[in-house]
Ligand binder design. Structure first.
Ligand code: URA
Length: 214
């Protein structure tokens, strides 16, 4: 039995997501292909993560007649990219939400303790009035996601959704323990974390693969 609340974990089994994810995982996939695929999957996951955004009715005129139609309600969504690998998903998410506000949280992983160290944080204004998508390709230990979401909540952020390509069981459990209210959207739940906190079978280091720094 899983140790997390499945009602808040959305495993996106869409065939396009699964197909693209498989290509992404392959070791022979080039940096250029990896970057394109990460962005495309980011868009598809964000599509799922925004399914229930609130709408309001507005009166508009089509060229033929007036009508009541639906548009997004409230302040613009905020996307928080956890640097640096989060930027690999950001472009795709922004294609879907081009007017979104964007914040960045810079977390560096200490290679010995695997604990995150915050080195940068710039978040948009009025976080308490926005819904927020936090993006990071890999939910591994969960430390970076947990700390980033603490920052969002410290500014009043409430409706928070976390988007990743792959999640480890350990990361899901840790993130839900720290932030049980957060909805998690992932393309896959892999087997485990290894002793170096890499997701297995995984796809390697997402940042290195995105930026060719292997
Ligand atoms: N970060 C990565 O880039 N890959 C992993 O497998 C775990 C964390």
């Amino acid at each position: 039995m899983s140790e997390w609340d499945n009602s808040r974990v959305h495993l996106i089994n869409h065939p396009l997501v699964q197909h693209k994810l498989t290509t992404l995982r392959k070791k022979q996939t080039t940096t250029m292909e990896f970057r394109l695929l990460a962005s495309e999957i980011g868009l598809l996951l964000a599509y799922e993560a925004t399914r229930d955004l609130p709408l309001k009715s507005v009166e508009i005129d089509t060229p033929l007649e007036p009508m009541v139609a639906q548009e997004l309600y409230g302040k613009k969504t905020c996307i928080i990219s956890i640097l640096r690998a989060g930027n690999g998903l950001l472009d795709g998410v922004l294609q879907l939400l081009p007017a979104a506000k964007v914040g960045y949280v810079g977390m560096e992983r200490d290679e010995i303790t695997h604990q995150p160290k915050l080195y940068y944080c710039k978040l948009p204004k009025a976080m308490d009035e926005r819904n927020t998508l936090v993006v990071d390709p890999m939910l591994a230990t969960g430390f970076s996601a947990i700390e980033s979401i603490h920052k969002v909540k410290a500014l009043g952020g409430k409706d928070i959704r976390f988007i990743c390509l792959l999640a480890a069981p350990e990361g899901l459990t840790a993130l839900q323990k720290a932030h049980p209210d957060v909805e998690i959207y992932t393309g896959a739940i892999d087997r485990e974390l290894d002793e170096n906190a890499y997701i297995r079978p995984g796809l390697g280091d997402a940042g290195d693969r995105l930026y060719g720094t292997l």
